[in-house]
Design a protein around this ligand. Structure first.
Ligand code: OAD
Length: 247
């Protein structure tokens, strides 16, 4: 099938029809869905990776070299996220989980806004910025304080804690990744929303869904490397587009 592009009302109606016929729906979100909540994306205009180098801040090597610097950056991001609210895009996805017998939301975001909007059991492919994990004993705890009282934070065992996120060069949590792949394989409709689709393995879910037979719908303000793979390419802000799928 050729990618559909056209007037927004047609695309919305077309996508609604495809969803109406679906029993299994899977969704992959990226930073773009939180953009309208005021949280900066990584790439594109105003993206975090324009001003910061991933290799200095989001790798195990960066943390080993300078945990204070890495934590300062995460603490700053935690503050930005804490003052943000879920938007209509997050809320529409939370509502969608009630409408389909099988619905899986996988997100690359670590901000927790899907949960705050009411999504249950979102698969956090890249972890959770509110989780702190001990580098020695592996103990995990949630800490919602911003700023954190001590940087870098320490576990009760005395060792350094790290952000509970997945860094470049690290594997995704195995169980979460397996569930996401299974959902992509079984989906009748797969929505890919607000991601540049350049970070693997998460981006590979789009191709997996497509080759497994799903109708793939991309919602993004720009074209991405998967735009030519998808069935429907809807160029629109997620917080405006997603509520229209519930109409
Ligand atoms: P990116 O910042 O790479 O991409 C954000 C995407 O959202 C872009 O394609 C934008 O065009 C799109 N976008 C922006 N505003 C939008 C809006 N209002 N509605 C819809 N789309 C919008 O973010 P991710 O793809 O999530 O990983 O990045 C993937 C991973 O790279 C992140 O999880 C993070 C990052 O480095 C790690 O830190 C490991």
């Amino acid at each position: 099938m050729k990618a559909t592009q056209g007037a927004a009302p047609d695309i919305a109606a077309n996508t609604r029809d495809r969803l109406a016929a679906a029993s299994a729906v899977a969704v992959l979100t990226g930073a773009g869905i939180s953009a309208e909540s005021g949280i900066p994306t990584f790439r594109g205009a105003g993206g975090l990776w324009k001003n910061f180098r991933a290799v200095d801040l989001a790798t195990p090597e960066a943390f080993a070299a300078d945990p204070q610097l890495v934590w300062s950056w995460y603490d700053w991001r935690r503050g930005l996220i804490a003052s943000a609210e879920p938007n209509d895009g997050h809320r529409a996805l939370a509502e969608m989980q009630n409408r389909f017998p099988r619905f899986t939301l996988a997100t690359q975001n670590v901000d927790g806004l899907h949960s705050r909007a009411g999504s249950v059991d979102a698969l956090k492919l890249h972890g959770d910025i509110w989780t702190l994990r001990c580098t020695a004993c592996g103990h995990e705890r949630q800490d919602l304080r911003t700023p954190l009282p001590e940087l870098p934070p320490r576990c009760s065992c005395g060792a350094l804690e790290r952000p509970g996120v997945v860094w470049f060069g690290e594997a995704l949590p195995t169980d979460v990744w397996e569930q996401a792949q299974q959902a992509a394989r079984e989906a009748d409709v797969f929505l890919v929303i607000g991601t540049s689709a350049v970070v693997y393995p998460a981006a590979g879910l789009v191709e997996l869904a497509k080759t497994s037979g799903a109708t793939v719908v991309e919602i993004n303000v720009e074209a991405t490397p998967v735009s030519h793979v998808v069935d429907v390419s809807w160029r629109a802000p997620a917080a405006q587009a997603l509520p229209r799928l519930l109409a």
